[in-house]
Design a protein around this ligand. Structure first.
Ligand code: NDP
Ligand code: 2IT
Length: 450
């Protein structure tokens, strides 16, 4: 990039940081996008004149509220919750809710900003949002989680709706939480509508939604490999996390002939050189989905190594699937992966690679599938759930899965269209950023000064 180009980004970021002090995750997400987009915008006068990127980095609105609830011992508890409605230019706001003690406004703004581009990439009519709370579901009883969710919905229901904003799950928010939230919404508004996705199958949920993010991340990797004349067969893989995204990434990888040798949680990682598959995978699913146990129990059950307090990136692999949280791959982790011969990485989590890690992956020219492309399968099937709800029908597993495959293929094509360089190398980061930007930006231009 020219000196002028660098100065341009610096100037833009200075303004953004000044307007949004103390929000490092938000700065990081915008910086990555600005690096791809500012040179592109310079070549398109209409976007420059309309100050599109300045406007796209300002959320439409943010709702912040207190959630008061009572724990099992009768004590009063208070948490904070947010809904960041980032951009509804191409459809109603859409994006998950995260319950985790480290949730703050910076994290939710980065997630909402990313969501706007991701949702556009799916080709479906969904705007970008994110929300959540600093509530920690770990160690809470089902009743406590229910009371918290009901109290949260008491406020949130005023701000969401099937044509307004449709939340879903994310870290700490799965089927149980969505069910409590949906039940409370229905009670408050006396109407049954698709105002949340990831619902139970008996009350409007879609087949494949549970699997969609993990499956989609693997389908995206398949497409990147195919573009280089390779496939998944026999590849050794490392997955981080053991939650919703990780479990179904592992499942699809093993179905497609790859071997997953590591998985993790916030306590550490397990290394199973034989591969996490078949009855071992089913055991892990029930450990995490039903019993809410720790990954260390997998090592005890199957007699493999457990590394407490460590991330899994030192394990030799061909392919990596970070599927836990933001900034979980640091510069030294990226170096370890590359030194071990990493071929490709698909980001199941949102922004799992630090700036330094991304720089190393880019320099090594590996297949790097950025989150907004690689993990878009989850929200895409959420949008399919919305369509089924609106039509009051349910599609079969095969129908939803084949639509998901088609969507991931189209996202891959968009990334290639905007990210392919003269020598055939595809910069998927640039491709996803520009590919996601154009549709939203054109809608904003059409609306005039809004
Ligand atoms: P879950 O809550 O189901 O699982 C999260 C997993 O990541 C758990 O294994 C958890 O371990 C681990 N984890 C969470 N925070 C940390 C941390 N700070 N350090 C280390 N490990 C951590 O969440 P999901 O699987 O739904 O989400 C995982 C990632 O995927 C997130 O980045 C999310 O934004 C992204 N994503 C999710 C989508 C979805 O459809 N659910 C869609 C697209 C992206 P522990 O249990 O010990 O906390
Ligand atoms: O980050 C994400 O894309 C999600 N957590 C899923 C959002 C959704 O609306 O399904």
């Amino acid at each position: 990039m020219s000196k002028n180009g660098h100065d341009n980004i610096k100037r833009f970021m200075r303004g953004l940081i000044k307007r949004n002090p103390g929000e490092p995750e938000f700065h990081q997400a915008v910086h990555e996008v600005a690096e791809s987009l500012l040179p592109f915008i310079r070549e398109h006068r209409e976007y420059r004149r309309a100050r599109i990127l300045e406007r796209m980095t300002e959320p439409d609105r943010i709702v912040i509220f207190r959630v008061t609830w009572e724990d099992d011992r009768g004590r009063f508890r208070a948490n904070r919750a947010w809904r960041v409605q980032f951009n509804n230019s191409i459809g109603p706001y859409k994006g998950g809710l995260r319950f985790h003690p480290k949730v703050n406004l910076s994290v939710l703004k980065f997630l909402g900003f990313e969501q706007t581009f991701k949702n556009s990439l799916t080709g479906l009519p969904i705007g970008g949002a994110k929300g959540g709370s600093n509530f920690n579901p770990k160690g809470k009883s089902d009743r406590e989680v229910m009371r918290f969710c009901q109290s949260l919905m008491l406020e949130l229901h005023r701000h969401i709706g099937d044509d307004i904003d449709v939340p879903a799950g994310d870290i700490g928010v799965g089927r149980r939480e969505i069910s409590y939230l949906f039940g409370q919404f229905k009670r408050l508004q006396n109407r049954f509508a698709g105002i949340l996705t990831g619902k139970g199958l008996s009350f409007g949920g879609s087949l494949i939604r549970t699997e969609a993010t993990g499956y989609g991340s693997v389908y995206f990797m398949e497409k990147m490999l195919a573009h280089r004349g390779e496939d998944l067969e026999g590849k050794t893989c490392v997955v981080s996390g053991s939650g919703n995204v990780a479990l179904y990434t592992i499942e699809k990888l093993s179905q497609l002939g790859a071997r997953v040798v590591a998985a993790s949680d916030s306590g550490g990682f397990v290394h199973d050189p034989q591969g996490i598959r078949d009855e071992k995978l089913e055991w892990l699913k029930s450990l995490k989905e039903a019993r809410r146990g720790r990954i260390s129990e997998y090592a005890e059950e199957f007699g493999c190594d457990y590394h407490a307090g460590k991330r899994p990136w030192g394990v030799r692999c061909d392919l990596a699937f970070p599927s836990a949280t933001q900034n979980e791959i640091r510069g030294d982790d990226a170096k370890a992966l590359l030194d071990n011969g990493l071929l490709g990485l698909s980001e199941g989590a949102n922004m799992p690679s630090t700036v330094e890690a991304q720089r190393r992956f880019h320099a090594a020219r590996i297949l790097f599938g950025p989150a907004k492309a690689a993990n878009a399968g989850g929200v895409a099937v959420s949008a399919l759930e919305q369509s089924q709800n609106a039509l009051r029908i349910s599609w079969s597993r095969d129908e939803v899965d084949s639509r998901l495959r088609e969507i991931m293929k189209n996202i891959h094509e968009k990334c290639v269209r905007y990210g392919e360089e003269d020598d055939g190398y595809v910069d998927y980061v640039r491709g996803a950023n520009i590919g996601g930007f154009v549709k939203v930006a054109d809608a904003m231009l059409a609306y005039g000064v809004v």
